[in-house]
Design a binder for this molecule. Structure first.
Ligand SMILES: [Cu+2]
Length: 166
C-alpha cells in the first residue's frame, strides 16, 4: 500500500513538473490542414496549456502565410456543419487547457500566399490577454486523423457562412 502511494506520488511529480515548470501558456501539438494552392484556405489545430494561476484568453492570431487569420468555431445547424468567426476569442482556464480540434475551434487561414504541402512548417503568432505573444510553428499534416473521432474539418465542405470576404 505504501509502495503504491509512493509510486503514484512519483508519477504525479513527473507529470506535473514539466507542465508547470514555467509561466505563461504552452502550445502543444500544433498542426495545420490546407487544400489547394495560392488563395485557398487552411485550418490550424493545437492545445493551449495555461501555466498561469489566472484565466487567460486567446484573442488574435497573426501569420505571414495568409491574407487573414481568424479564430473560428464550428457548430451544427439543421444537420449541417457551419463555422463562425469568434470575436471574443477562446478562454483558457487557470492551470487548465483549451483545445483547438477538428470539428470545433480552430484558427482559420484565408487567402494562402503560397502553395503549402504536407511537411511544410508555418509560423503563427498567438496573442493572449495576459501571456501576450506566443509564437508557434505548425507543420502541415493533411493526413492526420481527427484525434477525437468528431466530425472532421473537411475542407471540401468548408463553407464560408457568415464570413464577409474582403
Ligand atoms: Cu474556419
Amino acid at each position: 500500500m505504501n509502495r503504491l502511494k509512493i509510486t503514484l506520488a512519483a508519477l504525479t511529480a513527473l507529470i506535473a513538473l514539466p507542465a508547470f515548470a514555467h509561466d505563461g501558456v504552452h502550445i502543444n501539438n500544433p498542426y495545420a490542414r490546407v487544400i489547394g494552392g495560392v488563395g485557398a484556405s487552411g485550418a490550424v489545430f493545437f492545445e493551449i496549456e495555461n501555466h498561469q494561476d489566472v484565466d487567460d484568453r486567446l484573442i488574435s492570431v497573426g501569420t505571414d502565410v495568409a491574407e487573414r487569420a481568424e479564430l473560428h468555431t464550428r457548430y451544427e445547424e439543421g444537420g449541417v456543419m457551419k463555422m463562425m468567426h469568434v470575436l471574443e476569442g477562446f478562454a483558457v482556464p487557470a492551470l487548465g487547457f483549451h483545445s483547438l480540434a477538428r470539428g470545433g475551434d480552430h484558427v482559420m487561414l484565408m487567402g494562402l500566399r503560397s502553395e503549402l504541402k504536407s511537411g511544410d512548417v508555418i509560423d503563427l503568432t498567438l496573442t493572449f490577454e495576459l501571456a501576450r505573444e506566443v509564437t508557434v510553428q505548425a507543420v502541415i499534416d493533411n493526413d492526420r486523423k481527427p484525434e477525437d473521432g468528431a466530425v472532421g474539418h473537411d475542407m471540401s465542405g468548408h463553407d464560408m457562412d457568415g464570413i464577409t470576404k474582403q
